[in-house]
Design a protein around this ligand. Structure first.
Ligand SMILES: Nc1ncnc2c1ncn2[C@@H]1O[C@H](COP(=O)(O)OP(=O)(O)OP(=O)(O)O)[C@@H](O)[C@H]1O
Length: 277
């Protein structure tokens, strides 16, 4: 749901029934945001990677994250995943404090680079199973429900035939699909995807985009870092422009306006017009 849509919904008139009865409209309590960060700051020694980052992504929204190299996108993901400790600020997922949400496996992560050494003797299915148990519990015997979830996730990303292949024997695009399958098997309610389309062929890209749209329909909240601005509108309807702080959070068409890209990427407007055709 884009911010524009949110605004329109908020302004909708009361229904004729409630208006006629003169009763106060009974509204369900507002759902907490899928992702909420307030006043977040992260530094690596003297490098301030993020400051004053405040954002909220509503449940079921698929939000892009756009910014130049070094803008802090990966750092934001790391802070959301608890990999780096913010020096300030607060993070919640679905209204639940970040640490508790992560320990309840509410939050899934598709990393920018492989977390698994390609030479490690893990099968594709083993890696996807870590979405159920984590890497520490690889030797645990999976329950039938876990096997079913893994098989369904691999089927969904079109890798059912490769379930028993060693992870290192896949192409880069196939490996990305494995990590998306792992997030599916986890059944997380919030997904953070750090450039899931980087180095991915057209088929894998189309498969992943379809999966993300299905998840959005099911109410999963997603934040997706994406470098290719021309691909962005096919993926999501809203996006955040980041450069150490949130410069803009709006519908994708607004974010892609040359004057906004010029601001975020430190280029002139004419160059920004060339970037997005
Ligand atoms: N481990 C680290 N130690 C010191 N500085 C770091 C570290 N990781 C990132 N940085 C710095 O923090 C800033 C933000 O980096 P980050 O990787 O989050 O950006 P990014 O937007 O993900 O970039 P890219 O698009 O190139 O992946 C940069 O100035 C970077 O050099």
């Amino acid at each position: 749901m884009t911010p524009l849509v949110r605004t329109l919904r908020a302004a909708a008139p009361p229904s004729p029934d409630t208006a006629a009865a003169g009763a106060a409209p009974v509204c369900p309590p507002p759902e907490p945001p899928g992702i909420e960060a307030r006043d977040l700051a992260v530094s690596y020694r003297e490098v301030v990677a993020l400051e004053d980052v405040t954002l909220r992504v509503e449940p079921g929204d698929l939000c892009g994250l756009v910014g130049m190299n070094g803008a802090g996108k990966s750092t934001l993901f790391k802070a959301l995943m608890g990999v780096v400790a913010p020096s300030r600020g607060e993070i919640r997922f679905l209204g639940v404090p970040a640490e508790r949400a992560r320990s309840r496996a509410l939050v899934g992560y598709v990393p920018q680079r492989d977390e698994v050494d390609a030479a490690f003797p893990l099968s594709v299915a083993d890696v996807v199973m870590t979405g159920r148990y984590g890497y520490q519990n690889l030797l645990r015997t999976p329950r039938p429900a876990d096997r079913e979830a893994v098989a369904a996730a691999l089927d969904r990303v079109g890798l059912a035939d490769l379930a028993h292949r060693q992870i290192g024997a896949l192409s880069g695009g196939q490996r990305k699909r494995v990590f998306v399958a792992r997030a599916l098997a986890q059944e997380a309610r919030v997904l953070l995807l750090d450039e899931p389309f980087a180095g991915v062929d057209r088929d894998s890209e189309a498969t992943i985009i379809a999966v993300l749209h299905d998840l959005s329909d099911q109410g999963v909240t997603m934040l997706i870092a994406e470098h290719d601005l021309n691909t962005l509108p096919r993926i999501c309807s809203e996006a955040i422009l980041l450069n150490r702080t949130v410069l803009l959070h709006a519908d994708v068409q607004t974010v892609l306006r040359p004057e906004n890209l010029a601001l975020a990427f430190g280029i002139d407007t004419a160059r920004a017009e060339e970037v997005v055709r």
